[in-house]
Design a protein around this ligand. Structure first.
Ligand code: ENP
Length: 266
């Protein structure tokens, strides 16, 4: 009956498994957590309720049970490059994006909703944000975003897609609407923005232009020390893994080295 995809099959097994994977292997520094209790709190946010009347605060207990420290200088906010961020962050080894926290890891790539007057999940369909914004998934990410922003500190990183249609910094968007307003200014030393174009994509947005300029101005007005870098090298190297022969991926020293031929032994 809804336009969106239904609940991911085996949701309970996936999220309980993810929770143990996270606390035992991905990030044991979070300490002991009760994964069954976290699942119950998650489920109780949306089960047996009108699927269009789920609010961020319904996930409060879930968040309280799964919350842990986010290391300073490790936060990575983003828009329009989910898969790139997942690999760049490296499951929290390099950066800790929301999806690399226990509470974000829980929901990443999944879909879920309940039904009014039934304790069954709806595996057939779930409301999209266009149908109703107070749906189980949207409210989950709103609550998770707010919490993540509130607990981020030190140097904050923001990875934006300079090839995104409509601009690198979308408004409305989670970063604009739920994350920026919840950053704790006194805990933040700098905000570093990286605007990276797709290797074969257009250069639509850059530091100092269009929506990125708007973002820089907003953050400066709020009193933050802001730096912006176009096509940040580390991210470019990762993108270039898939496009080694694209001109954007030429390493400046590699052409002469390749031409030099084998090293002579004399
Ligand atoms: P999209 O539309 O590019 O990607 C949505 C996909 O990313 C979904 O598979 C979603 O999981 C997963 N995801 C991971 N983290 C978030 C998230 N944090 N979030 C919404 N979805 C997330 O992403 P958006 O909508 O532009 O959101 C980007 C935001 O994430 C940025 O504000 C960034 O700073 C933040 P699922 O469960 O829906 O399948 C917040 C909202 O971290």
């Amino acid at each position: 009956k809804w336009k969106g995809e239904g609940t991911t099959q085996n949701l309970e097994s996936i999220v309980i498994g993810r929770c143990y994977d996270y606390i035992r292997i991905v990030n044991p520094a979070v300490g002991e957590k009760n994964c069954s209790e976290i699942w119950e709190a998650f489920k109780n946010a949306f089960i047996n309720k009108d699927p269009c009347n789920i609010l961020p605060k319904d996930y409060e207990l879930f968040i309280n049970l799964s919350l842990h420290t986010i290391p300073p200088n490790k936060s990575l906010f983003w828009e329009n490059n989910h898969l790139l961020v997942n690999s760049f962050a490296g499951r929290g080894q390099r950066y800790m994006s929301l999806a690399d926290t226990l509470f974000g890891f829980f929901g990443d790539f999944l879909n879920w909703c309940g039904q009014a007057n039934s304790i069954e999940l709806d595996y057939e369909s779930c409301p999209t944000t266009e149908e109703c914004e107070n749906n189980a998934v949207e409210s989950f990410w709103r609550m998770a975003s707010i919490t993540y922003a509130q607990h981020s500190s030190g140097v904050i990183h923001v990875l934006l897609n300079g090839s995104a249609v409509g601009g690198a910094y979308p408004e409305p968007g989670f970063f604009a609407d739920y994350e920026i307003p919840n950053l704790q200014k006194d805990k933040i030393s700098q905000i570093a923005i990286w605007v990276v174009d797709d290797i074969e994509g257009p250069d639509i947005d850059s530091c100092g232009t269009h929506t990125v300029e708007k973002l820089e101005n907003r953050l400066k007005t709020l009193g933050y020390d802001v730096i912006c870098t176009d096509n940040y090298k580390s991210v470019m190297f990762l993108l270039c893994v898939d496009y080694p022969d694209d001109p954007k991926c030429t390493l400046s020293s590699s052409a002469p080295a390749a031409q030099r031929g084998p090293i002579s032994s004399d």
